[in-house]
Design a protein around this ligand. Structure first.
Ligand SMILES: NC(=O)c1ccc[n+]([C@@H]2O[C@H](COP(=O)([O-])OP(=O)(O)OC[C@H]3O[C@@H](n4cnc5c(N)ncnc54)[C@H](OP(=O)(O)O)[C@@H]3O)[C@@H](O)[C@H]2O)c1
Length: 339
């Protein structure tokens, strides 16, 4: 264990949020020294990645994909930083690193459990490593190509389509040769995904009847649905699935605020009637395949086939505002906190 004399501001969760009342539940605190255990690394963070999936660990659900964050503990997510102290032979001071880490100026990273990966920002903006070249890019790739098994000529639908993961999913489905329809929460987002990101159609789920609009946009039926939301939107897509269609379940935004299990879609019978395949997927299961995904994603990025707007919020103290965007829909593309 090494004790480093360094002021560190960090966020803790004092109570479990209900819905999106993060400002009431999170608190920023300060410590004057940082303990780095033997075998761990200390990074000075440049960016904190804001990811909607982290909301799942802010409930008391014990059966989630990760255990709940204990009350009073530092909040954490994916961070991008630079090694400033190393108690591990594989990591050196000065190296740039993406890893799981605390939402703080400095993160203590245990390489055994927090997925550190060295990144080269000589030819790419550092922030891309929590966008196209990070877990969102890999998730989108797996969602479309592997779990979704999308192929040319398929009709493909994605929800939360103007957010970080949804935008990448839609663009990769276009590369795969699909007709792509996005579901998003405003007319502005619907226009943007069609005009700037190549989607073939869009549905504003807040003002339109999703089932009816899908029927008119996709009379042939939906072959692949990449689900980020669950709930009524998923039921509307189920109504319009084609025979032998696939539902690739990436996220369930409609339920992230709840400590209860979600009720299944009320038209679950359609799984049988239409012989649907439904499969969930979770990025930590394929983090180790970064070296496989990133050359492909970089090639597409360099060729201008995929792009991702980055929405930075400056200052650790403004984290709650940045994080809230994911749940009230104020973001387009990737939300990060820049330190
Ligand atoms: N499986 C995995 O490993 C994995 C990895 C990364 C991300 N994901 C999933 O990808 C999804 C997006 O995550 P992200 O971090 O990229 O966030 P994001 O899409 O950048 O932001 C979330 C967006 O979702 C929309 N939204 C929020 N609550 C909603 C609701 N109840 N119903 C419908 N839309 C809602 C909002 O836009 P509008 O409402 O304005 O459309 C918001 O902008 C999440 O479900 C997340 O869990 C999964």
């Amino acid at each position: 264990m090494t004790s480093i004399d360094q002021t560190n501001n960090f966020w803790v969760m004092n109570s479990m949020p209900k819905g999106a009342n993060f400002a009431e539940c999170f608190e920023i605190k300060q410590e004057s020294s940082i303990e780095v255990p033997s075998g761990s690394i200390l990074t000075k963070n440049h960016y904190l990645s804001m990811d909607a999936g982290t909301r799942m660990v802010m409930t008391d659900r014990e059966d989630s994909y990760l255990p709940p964050t204990p009350i009073g503990e530092k909040l954490f997510g994916t961070v991008l930083g630079e090694v400033v102290h190393s108690n591990h032979p594989d990591f050196n001071v000065g190296e740039k690193l993406r890893s799981w880490g605390q939402w703080a100026d400095y993160s203590v990273v245990d390489p055994n459990t927090m997925y550190p990966s060295k990144v080269d920002d000589s030819k790419t903006d550092l922030v891309d490593y929590v966008g196209i070249l990070g877990a969102n890019g890999w998730t989108a790739y797996v969602g479309v190509i592997e779990t979704g098994r999308a192929k040319a000529g398929d009709t493909f639908v994605v929800s939360a389509a103007a957010g970080c993961t949804g935008l990448l999913v839609g663009q990769i489905a276009k590369i795969a040769g699909c007709k792509v329809i996005g579901i998003a929460g405003s007319d502005e987002k619907c226009k943007l995904i069609c005009n700037e990101f190549g989607f073939d159609g869009a549905i504003n789920y807040k003002s339109e009847n999703v089932s009816a609009k899908l029927e008119s946009l996709c009379p042939e039926g939906v072959n692949v649905y990449c689900d980020h939301v669950g709930g009524a939107i998923t039921e509307a897509v189920f109504d319009n699935m084609a025979l032998f269609g696939t539902v690739a379940v990436s996220g369930l935004l409609d339920y992230y605020g709840s400590s209860e299990r979600s009720p299944g879609p009320k038209n679950y019978d359609l799984v049988l009637m239409k012989r649907l395949r439904i499969e969930g997927f979770f990025s930590p299961d394929f983090y180790r395949r970064e070296h496989e995904f990133n050359p492909i994603l970089r090639r597409w990025m360099d060729a201008g086939l995929i792009k991702l707007p980055i929405q930075p919020t400056k200052g650790l103290q403004n984290l709650v505002d940045a994080y809230s965007k994911l749940f009230d829909g104020r973001n387009i593309g990737k939300v990060v906190v820049e330190l």
